[in-house]
Write a protein that binds this ligand. Structure first.
Ligand code: UD1
Length: 420
């Protein structure tokens, strides 16, 4: 198949309304959780993403009955017949690792290969394995595969994570809900997607308390039933379109979002002088008609700090704001892959290990650039909207992992963008 590109002619002010998609980082663990359900699980607001398609195929290959009707995915795992996910599927999506806890919870045995995913750092799985071993899982390496077995079933355990890893927290929760006894996760991730997973599991009969805080307690139950749940709105996609509005000095109403989950990014917009108004629980109006300035320093942290996933988008935006912006990346060791591509578009950025210094430039100009990862790719789209001339972005399969029809969404609010 010929690789597609996004072709963007910059310089148009965005104006209008965008309905925010469901969260990629929620739908994946939720789909993994359906493996534990003895009954039908119905998930609403599932975004159409290649990563969600990969999760769907994993379920299919496990022998679960899955169907999709627009944004509703229905999974029935009652007849699940397999506990081995093919190498090609686990490599396709790093977050497939979250299926490991769920399959072990369901079957007590799983054969797994090392996961793939974005090139934003080493992305090891040591915390996941450490936790599963504490829960009675024996892991043996066998020619690039891990053979994971719980000879006495999964046991509840006290687990203190060395770092509040999102994926490890979710994996432990999935393994623990039907384990024998009580599991405590200390130093747990507090991200909204972890809370969403806990809510779905509880709807299916699990006993999970404390999600959203640093200690999560799970009392194992015999089995989970089915359940119905709506995936939370994607906070990173919301931040992306806020940046697109800001960089084009436009004005956008973002609907079906959740402003509580964006509280770490609002202060940055305020410092930049971009007007952001929150209405009801789920609408955000962004108006960037006034001149904006650099917000100074942005340091990424775990939730409720400034999210690492929003860093590339803000880097694109701040490259055209007066003043110097300093980014410090504390979560992933190589998350500035987008910087050299932004430089091709005319940005002035110096990267020194985990710090990037962005100096104001008067204008960006279109060029051929390449996405290296999901959010870095979206940062190139954001920058291209403000470029003079045409930008062609290649390797857009990264962007399709997390953004539902990005070109249609942006075209609907006035951007000149095509997929070719
Ligand atoms: C999730 C998100 C991703 C986001 C990240 C941080 C999903 C599908 N992806 O990724 O979009 O950027 O959280 O908010 O939800 N680490 C280890 N050993 C481990 C696990 C993690 O050293 O076993 C390190 C990682 O290298 C990284 C840090 O912990 O430096 C955070 O990783 P983690 O929170 O696990 O990120 P993911 O769950 O992979």
């Amino acid at each position: 198949m010929v690789e597609q590109k996004l072709v963007i002619e910059g310089g148009r002010r965005l104006q209008g309304e965008i309905q925010i998609q469901g969260a990629k980082n929620s739908v994946l663990p939720l789909l993994a959780a359906t493996v534990l359900c003895k009954g039908e699980a119905v998930l609403h607001n599932c975004p159409r993403l290649t990563d969600a398609d990969a999760a769907f195929r994993i379920l299919d290959c496990l022998g679960c009955k899955c169907s999709r009707e627009k944004s509703v995915i229905t999974v029935n795992a009652e007849q699940m017949s397999n506990n081995h996910v093919p190498d090609a599927l686990t490599r396709e999506m790093r977050s497939s690792i979250v299926f490991l806890g769920a399959i072990l919870g369901r079957c007590g045995h799983c054969r797994w290969s090392m996961p793939g995913g974005c090139q934003i750092g080493q992305r090891p799985i040591g915390f996941h394995l450490y936790a599963l071993k504490r829960m009675g899982v024996v892991v043996e390496n066998d020619g690039g595969f891990m053979d994971c077995t719980a000879p006495k079933g999964i046991q509840g355990a006290k687990i203190s994570l060395p770092f509040p890893s999102v994926g490890a927290t979710e994996n432990i929760m999935l393994a623990a809900v039907t384990a024998k006894g009580r599991t405590e996760i200390h130093n747990a991730a507090r991200e909204p997607e972890v809370v969403d997973l806990a809510e779905f599991l509880n709807k299916c009969g699990a006993k999970v308390t404390g999600a959203g805080g640093s200690t999560i307690v799970i009392e194992g139950v015999e089995k989970l039933s089915g359940g119905e749940h709506t995936v939370i709105p994607d906070r990173i996609v919301t931040a992306t379109y806020m940046c697109c509005a800001a960089i084009t000095r436009g004005e956008l109403l973002l609907t079906k979002t959740k402003h509580d989950d964006l509280s770490p990014v609002f202060p940055i917009f305020e410092k930049m002088g971009c007007s952001v108004y929150c209405f009801d629980k789920d609408r955000i109006y962004v108006n960037a008609r006034k001149a904006m300035v650099s917000p100074g320093k942005i340091v990424t942290h775990v939730h409720p700090g400034f999210p690492t996933d929003s860093q590339p988008l803000l880097m694109a935006l701040t490259s055209v704001l007066s003043g110097t912006t300093i980014f410090e990346e504390t979560i992933f060791e190589s998350r500035f892959n987008h910087a050299p591509e932004l430089i091709r578009l005319g940005a002035k950025i110096d990267v020194i290990e985990r710090v990037a210094i962005v100096e104001w430039v008067e204008r960006l100009s279109g060029a051929n650039v390449r996405a290296f990862d999901l959010r870095g790719g979206a940062a190139l789209v954001t920058a291209a909207l403000a470029c003079e001339g045409v930008t062609k972005i290649s390797e857009i399969h990264y962007i399709d992992r997390g953004y539902e029809a990005i070109e249609e969404v942006l075209r609907s609010v006035g951007a000149n963008i095509k997929r070719k």
